[in-house]
Design a protein around this ligand. Structure first.
Ligand code: 5AD
Ligand code: SF4
Length: 455
């Protein structure tokens, strides 16, 4: 979501003469778009600000200005406190106010030392004020359809930093998707903190769920569709049916479960137990037997015992994940779990995380191994590691590198998988494809989301 928000900030600023640069050196403004989900992410902001302060001073010494802004969820959560801790910061604004950036910059420029803090949840919808995409989206693009969360898991800051759940209208999403496709996007990932709780207003004034939205975007010509991140409770029948009926919907689902212990799931206020999760996965696999499942896990939640942790390992063994993200529990200010007793010692968290990750890594490699020698459809989206190579993704989101001409960037190409490595696979492009024209290259941006975000 932060990658998407950063690119929308660039869209807002483009008409005002700002363009993205590859490094903060010589930049007129640096915006740190921040994440508050775990303490480590939040603390990184302050170490980065320490480095930026020196650059700002160096620029001021030669009579140049540099605006330093902190955006995103750390800004939302900490507000003015950021300026108190780091007085080099000129602007602090949350995820819901970045459409006001031009006005904020004007205020920051009005007087020497002027500070701007905007952490409102404004009545107006920022999407109504964002201009069309000015920055090239690339072959794979993000599109925000829903923001915020009403689930209030007891460990999580999202409901406080991103606010209440809000869904964008279908027509606005469709229009943005069509602009992305025209600009060269072949794959669109629909985003939301709780994306499958999507309930936007349809063109006829009725309410649409995510399954129906996906069907519509597929019918409008989006070649590949993904969505993230989902809550198990919101996997409704229409969405599961979309996995069966919509070939453009990729066979990959990130469905966080967090823990396999019912006791811990209750304390987490997850609103599902481990058997609910097993049943949901069964229904999804009935609809799309080859689906690759991904999840999030937290180890060392307050009160987690060895037995609870064993339940998590058992759930992982039962389900079988194609890949996953796992974290040590990190107490977050203002969340109910942070005030609980029974915090688990750091060394125990570390041991459990290592055990969990070993199991998940083994599952990931056996998932990938199954494709050795298989022919797979790969969407090439960027140059590969070595000259003459391209990199892309399979439907299951596996990274593939293959020797291929640049004109195939933006094409979905048949590749034979000849080698499997820990984080990627090596493919050989089918000979038919070597001679075919790729898509029109005029608009294609070949950097990845992450590269663009860093830039
Ligand atoms: N500590 C550790 N992990 C967390 N997550 C969210 N809050 C915390 C926390 N306080 C993880 C969850 C979530 C993912 C985005 O981050 O697993 O699904
Ligand atoms: Fe946080 Fe996800 Fe729970 Fe919402 S559903 S509170 S975003 S972990």
């Amino acid at each position: 979501m932060n990658v998407y928000d950063s690119s929308r900030m660039a869209d807002v600023l483009a008409p005002h003469g700002y363009g993205m640069v590859e490094s903060p050196d010589g930049a007129d403004m640096v915006i740190l778009n921040t994440c508050h989900i775990r303490e480590k992410a939040a603390e990184k902001v302050y170490s980065e600000l320490g480095r930026l302060r020196l650059r700002k001073q160096a620029r001021e010494a030669i009579g140049e200005k540099m605006i330093i802004a902190v955006a995103g969820c750390v800004a939302q959560a900490e507000g003015e406190e950021i300026i108190r801790r780091a007085d080099c910061v000129d602007m602090v604004f949350g995820p819901q106010t970045y459409h006001r950036l031009p006005e904020m910059i004007e205020r920051a420029n009005r007087a020497v030392g002027a500070k701007v803090v905007d952490t409102d949840f404004p009545a107006e919808d920022k999407f109504d004020f964002l201009p069309d995409h000015a920055v090239n989206p690339g072959v794979t693009a993000f599109l925000s359809v829903q923001e915020g969360c009403d689930k209030f898991c007891s460990f999580c800051v999202v409901p406080y930093t991103r606010g209440a759940e809000q869904s964008r209208p279908v027509a606005a999403i469709e229009a943005e998707a069509m602009r992305l496709v025209e600009a060269g996007a072949r794959e669109i990932t629909l985003l939301g903190q709780n994306v499958n709780a999507y309930h936007g207003v349809g063109p006829g004034g009725d309410e649409w769920g995510l399954g129906r939205l996906i069907e519509r975007l597929a019918a409008r010509g989006v070649q590949r569709i993904r969505y993230t991140t989902s809550h198990p409770r919101d996997m409704d029948d229409a969405l599961i049916a979309a996995h069966r009926d919509v070939p453009q919907l990729m066979p990959y689902l990130h469905l966080p479960v967090q823990s396999g212990s019912d006791r811990i799931l209750t304390m987490m206020n997850r609103k599902h137990d481990s058997d609910d999760y097993r049943r949901i996965v069964e229904r999804i696999r009935d609809a799309r037997p080859d689906i690759a499942l991904s999840s999030d896990f937290i180890v060392g939640f307050p009160g987690e015992t060895d037995r609870d942790f064993a339940d998590t390992l058992r759930l992982i063994s039962d389900i079988g994940f194609a890949q996953a993200y796992s974290f040590k529990y990190s107490p977050r200010p203002g969340t109910p779990a942070a005030a609980e007793d029974g915090h688990v010692p750091e060394t125990v968290k570390e041991d459990r995380l290592a055990t969990l990750q070993q199991l998940l890594r083994a599952q990931q490699s056996s998932f990938n191994e199954a494709f050795r020698g298989a022919r797979m459809s790969v969407l090439f989206d960027r140059p590969g590691r070595r000259p003459g190579q391209l990199a892309g993704r399979t439907g299951y989101l596996q990274a593939v590198h293959a020797a291929a001409p640049t004109r195939l960037i933006g094409a979905v190409v048949d590749c034979d998988i000849v080698d499997i490595r820990p984080t990627s696979m090596e493919g050989v492009v089918d000979t038919d494809w070597q001679d075919q024209d790729g898509p029109d290259q005029d608009n294609l941006e070949t950097r990845t989301h992450t590269e663009r975000a860093i830039a």
